[in-house]
Design a binder for this molecule. Structure first.
Ligand code: TYC
Length: 107
């Protein structure tokens, strides 16, 4: 292991400032997709593929899960990324006049 990967231990005035390496993970958030009667299945699959980067099969499965159960997870991200994906999806949905709804929930 190279020196720069080791935990940084600095003594200043006899105080140990940092005892552990900076590996703390950021909190993660689920982007939830909600069912409605008007958004087309094709559009939901398209956003799952293009915005949430799902493979074809996974996109269809997630869409059908939401269609059958009312809600499902489109993906899990940091808060910043989750918000950006929700904004992108909402803007596209409104452009096509679909009432699609997404929400963000802490993991
Ligand atoms: N229920 C919609 C239909 O039958 C499809 C749909 C699936 C809509 C998932 C929204 O999040 C959704 N056209």
């Amino acid at each position: 292991m190279s020196d720069d990967k080791k935990p940084e231990r600095k003594r200043e005035g006899g105080t140990l400032l940092q005892e552990r390496p900076k590996t703390k993970k950021p909190p993660l958030y689920k982007v939830l997709l909600h069912n409605d009667d008007y958004t087309t299945r094709e559009f939901v699959v398209l956003i799952l593929r293009d915005i949430f980067r799902k493979r074809d099969n996974d996109a269809v499965q997630i869409m059908m899960h939401v269609h059958n159960n009312g809600v499902g997870v489109a993906g899990v991200y940091t808060h910043e990324v989750a918000e950006a994906k929700v904004d992108k999806t909402m803007n596209l949905a409104r452009k096509f006049e679909f009432p699609l709804q997404l929400t963000i929930e802490a993991e």
